[in-house]
Design a protein around this ligand. Structure first.
Ligand SMILES: Nc1ncnc2c1ncn2[C@@H]1O[C@H](COP(=O)(O)OP(=O)(O)OP(=O)(O)O)[C@@H](O)[C@H]1O
Ligand SMILES: [Mg+2]
Length: 380
């Protein structure tokens, strides 16, 4: 048998060949569907960091909804600027909904004519209400699911989400339609709505935090993805995939994809590890780590490097001691260490646990700093 092309999907928004784990998330969605039918729709916000699998999860939700006979549409929200008006954003959502729901696309002219070109806030609200009412008639369903991906892109026109809230809480919408909205966002994007005691945060109360996959899920996903490809990964290699990625789905796909490319006689052995990891880190650097690292000042980078080299969580006191004696001594005045660490935590470059110890957010970021930290500094 010929070896198959690389089965891994290291791309933002590419659905994995094998969708791993997420049992709890899927059952939560199923019960949300049931409640939407038997009681009323309780809209859901899916929160997760870069590459954690929000898009793939939403697409899985769409599949489940359709399997159950409910029409569902997936809308990805493109980046807006401050100059855009709420109606622009609402119009985009309406357009995406029309193409997303099967069969409605043909009639889209009629629906889009409901929107006038005058772009006031109030009009956006009444027009979107009319749109949903007419759409509901045309859908002829018991429940319709609308998945809006990457809501953080709409933040520059943040009143859009307020319009959505206002429309979905209108009596005429509640009594005459049954739409279930599933929104996804980065936690930082959504936190704006929570901080300001915003009605949006209170309306979209049901939240689902998407995290990393667990070890069994990672190993099963890798095994199943490799099925019928003619290539196998050595057991130790699979263990290490989890150890290094901590189950971050994008990192798992990217690393596995490089490992796959390094097969020799259909086998991926630990000999392949170093070069695959190196290539993975280079790409993660371009995607994300370089820009994360560049958010740290020179002094902060010194601390990052210590944290990377020590490979364990460190307290402020640990840092201070290390900078008085030992190989890191006298790098700079110890009085400022606390401030630098707090700044790094604020910028979400490192994290602080309940006991007050600081650690890397991400094992791969640590490896990146160890291998490329110096290079980035000299470029920047
Ligand atoms: N449940 C899963 N099992 C296996 N691989 C997954 C899973 N979910 C996501 N992936 C993979 O992880 C990567 C990121 O997934 P996805 O694009 O869905 O994440 P995201 O949170 O939407 O990312 P972004 O921040 O880029 O929008 C993709 O390569 C995808 O194939
Ligand atoms: Mg996405």
């Amino acid at each position: 048998m010929m070896i198959k092309p690389n089965p891994f999907t290291p791309q933002s928004g590419w659905e994995p060949r094998i969708f791993g784990g997420r049992d709890d998330e899927v059952s939560l969605f199923k019960s949300t569907l049931d409640d939407a039918i038997s009681i009323r729709p309780n809209h859901l916000v899916v929160l997760g960091e870069w590459g954690i699998g929000k898009t793939s999860l939403l697409k899985q939700f769409r599949r489940i909804a359709q399997e159950n006979g409910y029409p569902a549409c997936f809308c990805s929200i493109s980046r807006f600027t401050e100059k855009s008006k709420p109606l622009d954003a609402i119009y985009l959502i309406a357009e995406e909904m029309l193409t997303g729901f099967p069969r409605l696309g043909m009639d889209s002219e009629r629906f889009l004519n409901l929107f006038s070109k005058k772009k006031s806030f109030l009009q956006a609200q009444t027009q979107f209400t009319k749109f949903l009412l007419e759409l509901w008639e045309a859908l002829d369903a018991k429940l319709a699911v609308v998945l809006l991906d990457d809501l953080q892109n709409i933040l520059p026109v943040s009143s859009t989400i307020d319009i959505l809230r206002a429309v979905l809480s209108k009596d005429e919408i509640i009594h005459n339609t049954r739409f279930l909205f599933i929104l996804s966002s980065t936690p930082a994007g959504w936190s704006d709505f929570l901080d300001k005691h915003n009605p949006v945060g209170r309306f979209f109360r049901k939240r689902l935090n998407v995290g990393n996959l667990n070890k069994d899920d990672v190993i099963n996903t890798v095994d199943k993805t490799l099925e019928d490809t003619g290539v196998d990964f050595n057991g130790l290699v699979k263990e290490r995939i989890f150890e290094y990625t901590d189950g971050h789905p994008y990192e798992v796909q990217l690393l596995s994809s490089h490992l796959y490319d390094g097969q020799i006689e259909r086998m991926v052995s630990p000999d392949t590890w170093d070069s695959a990891l190196n290539n993975t880190l280079k790409e993660l650097g371009k995607d994300y780590f370089q820009s994360l690292f560049s958010k740290a000042s020179d002094r902060e980078r010194e601390l990052l490097k210590i944290l990377a080299e020590e490979k364990r969580p460190l307290s402020i006191k640990d840092f201070r001691t290390m900078m008085i004696v030992g190989k890191y001594a006298k790098k700079f005045p110890i009085a400022n260490i606390k401030n630098f660490l707090y700044r790094l935590d604020e910028k979400r470059i490192i994290k602080r646990d309940a006991a007050g110890n600081f650690d890397m957010q991400d094992r791969m970021f640590r490896e990146f700093i160890l291998r490329f930290g110096e290079e980035v500094r000299h470029e920047g």
